[in-house]
Write a protein that binds this ligand. Structure first.
Ligand code: CIR
Length: 254
């Protein structure tokens, strides 16, 4: 599917305190800013018009706007973030979306849902049930989807932070997969692009129009994806990796 727009949020200084399990040290703020600018340039190369939201210092992880919402042609679904420190990030994203969507629906307590857990394939949405997205949030989301002519199904996730930490749909039935999602029965019908365990971070990549955006420095993955027929743009996101974030989390595409 083609996208025309994206929303991103400039990281604030508080990004250095983002929630993490990575053990890679704290992000360098200046470097994070530079990497974020390159990321925006890459989206523009993919022909997207990019809306940049100013930093939200109160929420250290708010640069990961993907988690705040799920966007479709027909509606915007505002998530309900599953970790206390991120609650409230959605409201400024929703404000922007009001300019583009007349149908805006919310996931409500006790349901939680983060956009990083939602993988779209055509008119179907796979929803990871994780530490961030619960079954109640996923079933609210499926109900909403059904009302707009889409379908959804749940994928229990055991290790990954989010579903899309380990899977990415590139189109043409090609599914990038790493870790627990390799040989997963829920994804048996796809053409699997299997990521080496030493490069599993690169499984979080995105297809945007004519390109695949990939984190820089993952040579085998780059070759695999290029050999599958895609034009790859590499972006250094090392500072975001330090707080468990990646290529997909940094934008909402629509
Ligand atoms: C968090 O733990 O919420 C952030 N430090 C990372 C969020 C990454 N988002 C994503 O994978 N969609």
């Amino acid at each position: 599917m083609m996208f025309t727009r994206a929303i991103v949020r400039t990281p604030g200084r508080s990004v250095v305190n983002g929630v993490t399990t990575a053990n890679l040290g704290k992000p360098d703020y200046q470097r994070a800013l530079q990497q974020h600018e390159r990321y925006i340039e890459a989206l523009k190369t993919c022909a997207l018009e990019v809306t940049v939201i100013p930093p939200d210092e109160e929420h250290s992880d708010s640069t990961f706007v993907e988690d705040c919402a799920v966007l479709t042609e027909k509606c915007a679904v505002i998530g309900n973030l599953g970790v206390g420190s991120r609650k409230g990030e959605e409201s400024s994203v929703e404000k922007i979306l009001r300019g583009y969507y007349s149908n805006i629906v919310h996931i409500k307590d006790p349901g939680t849902l983060e956009g990083g857990d939602v993988l779209r394939v055509g008119k179907h949405f796979y929803i990871g049930v994780t530490g961030r997205t619960n079954a109640e949030g996923a079933s609210q989301f499926i109900q909403i989807l059904n009302g707009f002519g889409y379908s959804g199904s749940m994928i229990p996730v055991i290790q990954a932070l989010h579903l899309k930490t380990g899977v990415a749909y590139l189109g043409e039935n090609n599914l990038v997969m790493a870790g627990e999602f390799i040989n997963h029965p829920g994804f048996a019908d796809f053409n699997a692009i299997v990521i080496d365990k030493y490069e599993s971070y690169a499984a979080n990549c995105i297809r945007v129009n004519g390109y695949v955006l990939l984190p820089a420095g993952y040579k085998q993955t780059r070759k695999l994806i290029a050999d599958s027929g895609y034009s790859v743009i590499e972006i250094d996101v090392s500072e975001f990796r330090k707080i468990d974030g990646g290529i997909s989390c940094l934008s909402l595409r629509y």
